[in-house]
Design a protein around this ligand. Sequence first.
Ligand SMILES: Nc1ncnc2c1ncn2[C@@H]1O[C@H](COP(=O)(O)OP(=O)(O)OP(=O)(O)O)[C@@H](O)[C@H]1O
Ligand SMILES: [Mg+2]
Length: 408
Amino acid sequence: MNFDEKMQNYLDILKSATETDEAACAELRAGRRQGAKEKFSRASALYARAASELLELMDMADPSEWAEYQKSVERLIAVSEQMKGYAEAAGDAEKGTKAGEAGGAPKTVPGNDSEDEEAAFAPVAEKPKTTMDQIFGLEDAKQIVMDEIINPLLYEDVYRRYKLENQGGLLLFGPPGGGKTMMARAIAAESGYAFYPVRCSDIVGRYFGDAEKRVRALFDAARKDKNAVVFLDEAEALASRRGGHSTVMNRLVPELLSQMDGFEKAEGHLIVIFATNRPYDLDPAFLRPGRLATHCYIPLPDYRVRFELLKKQIEARPCREEIDIAGFAKRTERYSCADLVNLVAKGCHHPIHREIAARKSGAESTDSFLTQADLERAFQTVHPSVETEEIRRLEKWMAQMGIHYKAA
Ligand SMILES: Nc1ncnc2c1ncn2[C@@H]1O[C@H](COP(=O)(O)OP(=O)(O)OP(=O)(O)O)[C@@H](O)[C@H]1O
Ligand SMILES: [Mg+2]
């Protein structure tokens, strides 16, 4: 068998394993413990076989990919062990029930567990209040978002007159702490749509098959609202390049794509937004026209944004003396917005300590204020969290993708 045939064989085994696993859970829910026990045992054996197939594939793969393969093999073995445990637990529970003992199914049986997880995952809509005006700078990004995402939905008839239609979802990418989440929330607020924020790491659940169920649950929930924004944050956790080694992704990516392709509704609209710090890790299938056609870079803040953000953060604090905001804005090149928020927060610890000490000593006036010196002290400890190398990598990816961006 060549590599591709072997890979197909492995995927087929994995598919049977997950189907058997799901069937076992269904048996359990229906109270058929004997059936569940048999199916869990079979699923355990199938996962173990998938693991050994994957080991053989690993031998044929490029050494640079071995670590990834290794991780998947370990995970498959762990799942196989888990299935064995479930089979035993289902058997024990049955014995218990037969003997007329109280208690029913032990906690380790997944019927209960996965229901708990499903409940824990229930996607909930939010109604964010962040407006575009509250986002400093990012003029290019705002323009793209208004032209490509929001206005085509709010003024559908005008766009139709000009023979322009909605191009699908939006990809927000850029270094950490730059305002991607804030932008997504503003899109929901500006459009008035219900906001469904989800971390992709939460979608990839503990059990095989969970991830697809969760994607469906998410889109089903969003579809119930007339208009909704589905925000898939940390997309790199979910949408990484499909390769033989990435078993969850192999099943999940097609599910997500089909949900995205099928999201046109008779009435109402769904906006799908992905956010990531590592767009180069995304499966290229996501970036095709009609999927995430609009790509929007959220860069690190320039001087003006740093100034505005520091000003807003400092002015919200008790402060009497003049603080050299312009000076801090100049000295914080390469700081992300999150770093700047953190800088001011850390600075506030000093007056808080002073105030607490004064209260403890019973001083008459215990009011404290944030000072230039407090922020200077914080500046010694808060460093930029984004490496220059990370920015270069993003810019290189943009160049490859033909995304134009002019650094400020
Ligand atoms: N342009 C901006 N104007 C005002 N505040 C901003 C701006 N960008 C970010 N912030 C603030 O900075 C912090 C970090 O922003 P946010 O969480 O949106 O970043 P992110 O890009 O989603 O980061 P991550 O990649 O870590 O998820 C938040 O407190 C946000 O309110
Ligand atoms: Mg974020």
